[in-house]
Design a protein around this ligand. Structure first.
Ligand code: ADE
Length: 235
């Protein structure tokens, strides 16, 4: 998989992409991640990338020219399965979306700033608009890191068998059962006896029951069934 990211702040990605599983995935050749500075595409003599809103209103808008040129430049080099805009008014990210995106060959992710981007970019280039939750971040960069992390860990080979994503919370619309490790007793706090019993079938049944009970108690919305992730809104 190849992921291109368009941003005004490429350095924001240095930390998240250079540690742990995202680092390993790049070093192992499972994913190539390239950040591109939108400002470098500005034809303005001061390299401006934002402008006032038509019609008035507070806040600057990211202008169409630098973003359009950046997207055209990247599109001339390869086809993208998804051109994603990170925005608080997009569809809220969930595991199903991450699964869908992990099947792509090439992703392009656009990070907004200021008040947002000129609507014509959204109308003519963007295939998917993704939010990571109902709150407003300073820009799309941290949200893009979340998407990249959620997607890359699903690429075959990135996680070892022990780390397998198949048993992750949300993969079957259930929260995971509680987990424990040694010691079996700490400060008088005991691990549930069943986990020490060695009886695999009983342990599995207990885990399923716990997962279901926790989901019912903490996230009943997950049990009401899910709606499919509508992808490629413009295609
Ligand atoms: N940009 C600003 N806030 C955001 C959010 N909640 N999700 C995605 N992108 C954003």
């Amino acid at each position: 998989m190849r992921i291109d990211i368009l941003t005004l702040f490429p350095a924001l990605f240095d930390g998240p992409f250079s540690e742990s599983i995202l680092r390993r995935a790049q070093e192992g050749g499972y994913v190539e991640i390239h950040t591109h500075d939108i400002r470098e595409f500005s034809t303005d003599k001061h390299k401006r990338v934002d402008d006032y809103q038509f019609g008035g209103g507070a806040g600057m808008v990211m202008a169409i020219q630098p973003i359009a040129d950046a997207i055209e430049h990247l599109k001339s080099q390869r086809d993208y399965d998804h051109i994603i805009y990170m925005t608080p008014d997009g569809l809220t990210l969930n595991q199903r979306m991450a699964n869908t995106l992990s099947l792509a060959g090439n992703l392009l992710i656009l990070c907004g700033h200021y008040k947002g981007i000129d609507q014509r970019i959204r109308d003519h280039y963007i295939t998917d608009e993704i939010s990571i939750g109902d709150y407003v971040l300073t820009g799309g960069e941290l949200a893009a890191c979340v998407v990249v992390d959620a997607v890359v860990r699903l690429l075959p080979g990135v996680l070892s068998d022990e780390e397998s994503a198949l048993t992750d919370t949300f993969q079957d619309n259930l929260l995971s059962a509680p987990i424990y490790t040694r010691p079996a007793e700490y400060n008088g706090w005991r691990v549930p006896d069943i986990l020490l019993s060695g009886h695999e079938a009983n342990i599995e049944a207990w885990r399923e029951q716990q997962a279901f009970e926790r989901t019912q108690r903490l996230r009943p919305d997950l049990l009401k069934g899910s709606t499919d992730f509508p992808v490629n809104k413009n295609k």
